[in-house]
Design a protein around this ligand. Structure first.
Ligand code: NDP
Length: 286
C-alpha cells in the first residue's frame, strides 16, 4: 500500500512561497506572520518553533508576541487589535492552548479574515461555509491537498472523519462535502466507531488518541489520513492510527504527513494575504 508522504508536497509549496516572498522583498514588502503565544505548553512551543523555522527558510518574517500563561483576555485582545491594523503584519496566528478562562471566540473574532491565515475565526468559518472568500483552516486544507496530490478521487466516495473540532474535523468534513464525497462525522459519543470507519473509502482521523484506529477498523484498500499528533512518554511523535493499517490501506505517516503540509499552507496563506492586502491598498488609492 502507498505511503502518502507529505514532505514532497511541502517542498513544492515552500519553493513557490519563497520565490514569491523574495519578489515582494525586492519591492520593499516584507511578508510577515505574527504569532501570539500565551502558554508554557511544550507541544505548542514546538509547533511555533517549527512554523518559525519553516517561515524564515521561505524568507517570511516571523514576529513572536509572547505573553504570560496567565494573560487575561484583554491583554491578548490588545495584541490582536494592534496586529489587525498593523500594515506590516500580513498573517496572524493565535496559538492554543490559551490561558484558562480567556474568551477564545471573542479573541478569534478580532482577527480580520484577510489576515486569518489559519481560518480560525468565526467569520472565516462562516465565510467558508457560505462559499465566500476565506482561508480554510490549514490542517483541513492539508487533508484535501494530500488527497489531491495522490490522485484520490472524491465524488461519490464514502468519507468518514473522526473528530469534530472547529479547527480540524468540521472544516475537513466540509471540504470533503464540497468535493462531493458522502461524509460521516464521528466523535467521542459515536456509538460504534468501527462500524462507521469500516465504511470509509477515505478515512480522516483527527481525535488526538494514539492507536485509536487499527487495521480491524479500516476497509482494505481505503485511504487513511492520520491528522493526530501525540507525544509519547519517550518523546516520540505518533498519530492516531496504528502502524498495522499501513499493511491494508494507503496511509499518511506521522511525522511527515499532514504536519509539513499544514505548515506550508499557513505560509502560502500568508503570501496570499500579502497579495490581497496590497491589492486593497492600491484600490483605495484610486
Ligand atoms: P480536539 O481535542 O479539539 O478534538 C478531538 C476530536 O476527536 C473531538 O471531536 C472528539 O470528540 C474526538 N474524539 C476524541 N476521542 C475520540 C474517540 N475515542 N472516538 C471518536 N472520537 C474521539 O483536537 P483537534 O481537532 O484540535 O486535533 C485533533 C488531533 O489533530 C490532535 O492530535 C492534534 O494534535 C492534531 N493536529 C494536528 C495538526 C497537524 O498539522 N498535523 C494540526 C492540528 C491538530 P468530542 O467532540 O465528542 O469530544
Amino acid at each position: 500500500m502507498r505511503l502518502l508522504d507529505g514532505k514532497p508536497i511541502a517542498r513544492d509549496i515552500r519553493a513557490k512561497v519563497k520565490e514569491q516572498a523574495l519578489a515582494y522583498r525586492a519591492n520593499g514588502v516584507i511578508p510577515t506572520l505574527l504569532i501570539i503565544i500565551a502558554t508554557e505548553d511544550e507541544q505548542a512551543a514546538w509547533y511555533v518553533r517549527s512554523i518559525r523555522k519553516a517561515a524564515e527558510a521561505c524568507d517570511i518574517k516571523v514576529h513572536l508576541t509572547e505573553l504570560s500563561a496567565d494573560a487575561p483576555t484583554e491583554m491578548i485582545a490588545d495584541a490582536l487589535r494592534a496586529a489587525a491594523i498593523d500594515p506590516m503584519v500580513h498573517g496572524i496566528l493565535l496559538q492554543t492552548p490559551l490561558p484558562a478562562g480567556v474568551k477564545i471566540d471573542e479573541l478569534l473574532s478580532i482577527i480580520p479574515p484577510q489576515k486569518d491565515v489559519d481560518g480560525a475565526s468565526p467569520i472565516s468559518a462562516g465565510r467558508l461555509l457560505y462559499g465566500q472568500a476565506a482561508f480554510a483552516p490549514a490542517t483541513a486544507e492539508a487533508v484535501l491537498t494530500l488527497l489531491d496530490y495522490y490522485n484520490v478521487l472524491l465524488p461519490g466516495k464514502q468519507a468518514v472523519v473522526v473528530g469534530r473540532s472547529r479547527i480540524v474535523g468540521r472544516p475537513a468534513a466540509h471540504l470533503l462535502l464540497e468535493r462531493d464525497a458522502t461524509v460521516t462525522i464521528c466523535h467521542s459519543r459515536s456509538s460504534d466507531l468501527p462500524v462507521s470507519t469500516r465504511t470509509a473509502d477515505v478515512l480522516v482521523v483527527a481525535a488526538g488518541k494514539p492507536g485509536l484506529i487499527t487495521s480491524a477498523d479500516v476497509k482494505p484498500g481505503a485511504v487513511v489520513i492520520d491528522v493526530g499528533t501525540n507525544v509519547t512518554d519517550d518523546n516520540r511523535l505518533v498519530g492516531d492510527v496504528a502502524a498495522d493499517v499501513a499493511g491494508i490501506a494507503d496511509l499518511t505517516p506521522v511525522p511527515g504527513g499532514v504536519g509539513p503540509v499544514t505548515t506550508s499552507l499557513i505560509l502560502q496563506h500568508t503570501l496570499t494575504s500579502v497579495s490581497n492586502l496590497l491589492a486593497t491598498a492600491q484600490a483605495l488609492q484610486h
